[in-house]
Design a protein around this ligand. Structure first.
Ligand code: 5RP
Length: 226
């Protein structure tokens, strides 16, 4: 049986095959997407694939550019044909939680501006219901007050801290608060509630976004769900 990294690679390389010459491609973030970037870099070098890449994080921008993928800003293109991204968890209705890698805001901006979205995961990320912690990106000003409100709401918030115990800063210099649910409330209702809270920039619920999911399975086969 393949380990999780091998499955990420298998699925990542398969997902990269959906990219066609001339496309503007949103490129996600995380360890699974690192394999998509690797595969695209090879296609650019070996096949002469011509694409414009739109990054969902500074890290992706740097890695992809190093591999020869021309990277552009999201506001410099007319449209995005396809975005390939990872996910922390996907439920049976194709609702997902993202942001474990702290890139949820740019990821969502790129996703909602894409004509098509593909998520690529190994099969440990699939679940009947969402149980993963939910990342929420917040403005630093007043963040302690917002944290208290989330606590009173019963959402068991924790700060996302780096190895030195300092708040993680996103690529937009915001903080992250992770919410822990014993049982996830209705994701649509929760999403609306979080969006309406002053100080919340974005939350990691990705609903009604994905078109296809590429899954690397434990038996080393790939499943594509539309
Ligand atoms: C980053 C994300 C990533 O897509 C998600 O965390 C999955 O990452 P990985 O492929 O490393 O498991 O949402 O904000």
């Amino acid at each position: 049986m393949a380990d999780q990294t091998a499955l990420k690679k298998l699925a990542g390389y398969r997902a990269a095959e959906f990219v066609e010459d001339g496309m503007v491609v949103g490129i996600g973030s995380g360890s699974t997407i690192a394999f998509v970037v690797e595969a695209l870099g090879k296609r650019v070098a070996e096949e002469g694939l011509q694409i414009k890449g739109i990054p969902t994080s500074d890290k992706t921008r740097r890695t992809a550019a190093k591999l020869g993928i021309p990277m552009h800003n999201v506001d410099d293109v007319d449209h995005i044909d396809l975005t390939i991204d990872g996910a922390d968890q996907i439920d049976e209705n194709f609702a997902a939680i993202k942001g474990g890698g702290a890139a949820l805001l740019w990821e969502k901006i790129v996703a909602v501006n894409s004509r098509r979205n593909i998520w690529v995961v190994d099969d440990t990320k699939l679940a009947p219901q969402l149980t993963h912690y939910l990342p929420v990106e917040v403005i630093p000003y007043g963040a302690d007050q917002l944290f208290k409100r989330l606590k009173y709401a019963g959402y068991q918030p924790t700060w996302r801290l780096d190895q030195n115990g300092n708040p993680v800063r996103t690529d937009s210099a915001n903080y992250l608060i992770d919410l822990h649910f014993t049982k996830m409330p209705d994701p649509f209702k929760l999403g609306r509630e979080l969006t309406s809270m002053v100080g919340v920039v974005e939350h990691g619920l990705f609903l009604n976004i994905v078109d296809q999911v590429v899954v690397g399975r434990a038996d080393e086969t790939i499943a594509v769900f539309d």
